[in-house]
Ligand binder design. Structure first.
Ligand SMILES: NC(=O)C1=CN([C@@H]2O[C@H](COP(=O)(O)OP(=O)(O)OC[C@H]3O[C@@H](n4cnc5c(N)ncnc54)[C@H](OP(=O)(O)O)[C@@H]3O)[C@@H](O)[C@H]2O)C=CC1
Ligand SMILES: O=C(O)C1=N[C@H](C(=O)O)C[C@H](O)C1
Length: 268
């Protein structure tokens, strides 16, 4: 069996730890590197310390050392960190799975440009459930295109720094696409004061932040006399980690190109 060497960026973060545990449990994957910020107290400690396991892989902030043995980097950090990692990976032939959310349009354009040099899989949500939900939304949007108001409601933990979530934005894009519109032209991200009646062509977003909510997304199609809700609720980050490993395996035979979870799951 060929073993794929995986490095994890954001190694001491919520997703980083989940990924390290999942990699250590996979027969076909080897933990080959672990990255974190230079100021992180985890630097220089074993990447398996939080599990009480010695992996022999130390958490590094130096990209050359942390990525020396990696075939694929899995990155769940912040946009500025991901873009710095990508620059190094593109120059050194390391493939990248990007789970980080909150990119500005310039960041997204940079990812597309790096994909001409190395293989990249980027998705705001790695869970199979959310990606199947995207297909359901496509179908629902086409059938509820007239007479139904579309609102996307997401809830996450108090530590999340970007809003709306990357998943909610992607859901908005999928729905807008299905309706032949551009999300930027129809999105309403906030309402306050005397807003006037709802514009029927708009897609509204509402954000909830609190406690330890892992990630809930609901799309509401509200008509007269009925409403339809399509919801996905995460009860563990393990589904994001397993999806990320699937994405890393998918990249194994790719040299360049930008892929998403719909490619990985064969939905295209
Ligand atoms: N695609 C998907 O399926 C999912 C995506 N996400 C996304 O993944 C990202 C991380 O989420 P989560 O694990 O909860 O976040 P955490 O805050 O728990 O972890 C982030 C990690 O990244 C490190 N980091 C922060 N800034 C930088 C930087 N500039 N350069 C390098 N590393 C950095 C942090 O280090 P330090 O602690 O030292 O700051 C920390 O180790 C978010 O964007 C989130 O939205 C989350 C879950 C699922
Ligand atoms: O920050 C999180 O936790 C999550 N972020 C992703 C997003 O922004 O969509 C995916 C998931 O909802 C968890």
């Amino acid at each position: 069996m060929t073993v794929l060497n995986i490095a994890v960026a954001g190694a001491s973060g919520r997703m980083g730890r989940m990924l390290i545990e999942a990699i250590l449990n996979a027969d076909d994957l080897q933990l080959a590197g672990a990255l974190d910020t230079p100021t992180s107290p985890s630097i220089g400690t074993d990447a398996g310390l939080f599990l009480g396991k010695a992996t022999g892989v130390l958490i590094e902030s130096d990209l050359a050392r942390g990525l020396a043995k990696a075939d694929v980097l899995i990155d769940f950090t912040r946009p500025e960190g991901t873009l710095k990692h990508l620059e190094y990976c593109a120059a050194h032939g390391v493939k990248v799975v990007i789970g980080t959310t909150g990119f500005e349009p310039e960041g997204k354009a940079a990812i597309a440009a790096y994909a001409e040099k190395t293989a990249i899989m980027a998705a705001p949500n790695m869970s199979v459930g959310v990606n199947v939900t995207m297909k359901l939304l496509e179908m629902a949007a086409k059938n509820f295109s007239h007479g139904y108001d579309i609102e996307i409601i997401e809830a996450h933990h108090r530590f999340k720094v970007d809003a709306p979530s990357g998943t909610a934005l992607k859901m908005g894009e999928v729905i807008a696409d299905a309706l032949g519109k551009k999300l930027d032209d129809v999105a309403v991200y906030a309402r306050e004061g005397v807003t006037g009646e709802r514009d029927p062509s708009s897609i509204g977003f509402a954000t909830v932040r609190g406690g330890d909510i892992i990630g809930d997304h609901t799309v509401l199609f509200a008509g007269i006399g009925e409403r339809i809700e399509i919801s996905h609720k995460s009860s563990s980050r393990v589904s994001y980690a397993m999806g990320s490993l699937r994405a890393a395996r998918y990249l194994a035979d790719k040299e360049t190109g930008l892929y998403d979870m719909q490619d990985v799951l064969g939905f295209k």
